[in-house]
Design a protein. Structure first.
Length: 600
């Protein structure tokens, strides 16, 4: 979903799901577990919850809350936010008091999402959910159940502080008069839910505004726009995955490979921060997906995305920005300087209210907010998808194989020609830190040069038997200059140039091109001075008698018969650059090896 602001870029909110069709399954638990395992990049909505699980799956969700083997507990909580009732409230509170695991970012995010889910359940009329939120936000309660869990070291203090903030935010969805009165009391300072947490007053004010926008909170109000209903959002069911076939080669529209560097910051309260080692692996996987053609029409894009800098931190422990719940927090995070990507604990607002949103970005612009994901492939898709939005790319509406589709189904490898072109030439608002890193050549396979282990010869299989980074097909070849590129495909076969840079795109590499900035594939150099004729100008290229030969090497002009005495009408047009009275074609001074371009 996009949010238009005057004189600023659009915001893209990731709010749609992997459209798994609900084919009849003999085991409801198995069907629900499959739905829970998906990466809903765009967050949870009522439509997704109904389509993927439905009310019949609630008992299975409740059982999965406490199952130590549940890998995506954050999704379980998100589903219950839209489907749960009284039977879910007690289970959510128990999870908060005694979480079975906090080993992954998803487990930690599940704890942060519990107040959000309780607020939505309270909005559907469950008094137990409302009572839990009221107890958590009572005067000096320190979160109630949260304080107990922290004291027993069931959850760390930083995570507990985040839950208290989310309990205040969750009251906005309850919609009950008691919830409104509690928010007003906190906003005015009459109630202080946690000592030394002044940010809760600000949170309460924002929650009151959100309550007004939602109408009555809990169930999704008409005024709360559904990201799934936006014109560029995906359909409710993803098309089936295509059969695996050898892809037809569709070349990158650019002749130059492009490198992008991404800077990043972790909020100081992020419980599972992004590390440099992890990000290097994530972006290496992002590059691999972009640079490989996996099906007909998927461009092997000559794009490399890497980490820029060692990362850093932003915000403070008391600013409440580790979780994004409203437009003010979103804007504050996206506009924070020092790094393009801001890593936070959870996102529940991106242009409109949502649940467990995974990423949000300006489109186009310079700012992305992301959460952590355990799966390397999913996190790679997430970072490339959001950076695509910064580069001005919209959602792919139907093809689930494309990176810019709104969910990760394990097959999001596709880059369309227009998307690839946008990465090569992004809008100015993107503020991309990019550079050219050599040629983007076409060797006939669907592997782009930046990751191709044999960019000169087609080798779709990328076989590298000895693991030295050079494809087998390239090792079984003549490589005169030793730059790991076969002579047959080397644009400078006798001069080492592994990057194959070719500025004028004439097929002759810069390292051996006698005129590297002007296209001259024939490398003509009539005067033998090392400067190609295409680069030399004026009299040094004179051909006075129009013989087709540069005068200095024109034997006809060097003959004794040439001259005024012989009645040659071209004599008066002959050149005498050094003004010594001797026509240049017969001037031994000019024919000396020392004579050349530098003489002028």
């Amino acid at each position: 979903m996009r949010l238009l602001r005057p004189a600023v870029p659009l915001v893209v909110c990731l709010t749609w799901a992997l459209g798994r069709a609900q084919a009849p399954a003999p085991d409801t638990d198995a069907r629900v577990r499959e739905a829970v395992s998906g990466l809903y990049i765009h967050g949870m909505t009522q439509e997704i919850a109904d389509h993927e699980v439905g009310n019949a799956g609630v008992p299975a969700l409740v059982r999965m809350l406490a199952d130590p083997d549940t890998e995506r507990r954050d999704n379980v909580v998100a589903f219950l936010a839209y489907l749960g009732g009284a039977e879910s409230s007690a289970a959510l509170l128990h999870l908060l008091e005694s979480p079975p695991s906090l080993a992954t970012p998803e487990d930690e995010r599940a704890i942060l999402l519990i107040p959000h889910a309780l607020g939505r359940i309270a909005g559907r009329g469950d008094p137990g959910a409302l009572a839990t939120l009221m107890a958590m936000t009572a005067h000096r309660a320190e979160g109630g159940a949260v304080a107990s869990a922290v004291s027993r070291t069931r959850i760390p203090r930083a995570l507990g502080d985040g839950v208290v903030e989310e309990a205040v935010a969750g009251l906005a969805y309850a919609g009950a008069p008691a919830a409104r009165e509690r928010l007003a009391a906190i906003a005015e300072g009459r109630i202080v839910p946690a000592v030394a947490r002044p940010i809760l007053q600000t949170r309460a004010k924002s929650a009151l505004r959100m309550m007004d926008e939602l109408g009555h909170g809990g169930s999704r109000a008409a005024s709360e726009s559904s990201p799934a209903a936006t014109p560029d959002g995906p359909s409710s069911a993803a098309p089936p995955a295509p059969a695996v076939v050898t892809p037809a080669y569709v070349p990158d529209p650019s002749t130059v490979s492009t490198h992008h560097g991404l800077t990043f910051l972790n909020h100081v309260s992020v419980t599972s921060p992004m590390t440099t080692a992890r990000l290097d692996s994530v972006l290496q996987e992002s590059t691999k997906r972009a640079a490989t053609g996996d099906y007909d029409g998927d461009v092997p894009c000559c794009l490399v995305v890497t980490r820029s800098g060692a990362g850093g931190s932003f915000g403070s422990a008391a600013d409440g920005l580790a979780t994004i719940d409203d437009s003010g927090e979103l804007t504050a995070v996206l506009n924070t300087g020092g790094g393009r990507v801001k890593v936070v604990n959870a996102i529940n607002f991106c242009g409109s209210a949502g649940t467990n949103i995974i990423g949000c970005a300006w489109t186009p612009g310079n700012g992305m907010a992301l959460v952590r994901v355990s799966s390397l492939g999913s996190e790679a898709v997430l970072w490339l998808h959001e950076y695509g939005h910064n580069n001005g790319l919209n959602h792919e509406p139907t093809d689930s194989r494309v990176v810019m589709y709104g969910s990760d189904n394990g097959l999001n490898n596709g880059i369309r020609p227009g998307d690839c072109a946008a990465f090569h030439a992004p809008p100015g608002q993107t503020g991309a830190v990019r550079s050219s890193i050599g040629a983007c050549t076409d060797d006939g396979d669907a592997i782009a040069d930046p990751i191709d282990n044999c960019p000169a010869l087609a080798n779709q299989d990328q076989l590298d038997s000895n693991g030295n980074g050079i494809g087998d097909v390239c090792e079984n070849c003549t490589d005169t200059d030793g730059d790991s590129i076969c002579d047959a495909g080397d644009n400078c076969p006798t001069v080492s140039n592994a990057n194959q840079a070719d500025a004028d795109a004439d097929g002759v590499g810069n390292a051996c091109d006698n005129c590297p900035n002007v296209k001259n594939a024939n490398q003509a150099d009539f005067d033998g001075d090392g400067f190609g004729d295409a680069c030399e100008t004026g009299a040094l290229r004179a051909d006075v008698d129009l013989s087709g030969r540069v005068d200095g090497f024109d034997l006809a002009r060097l003959g004794l018969a040439f001259g005024k005495a012989a009645g040659n009408p071209l004599y008066d047009k002959a050149c005498d650059l050094d003004r010594n009275g001797v026509v240049d074609g017969s001037d031994l001074a000019l024919l000396s090896p020392q004579f050349g371009k530098k003489s002028f």
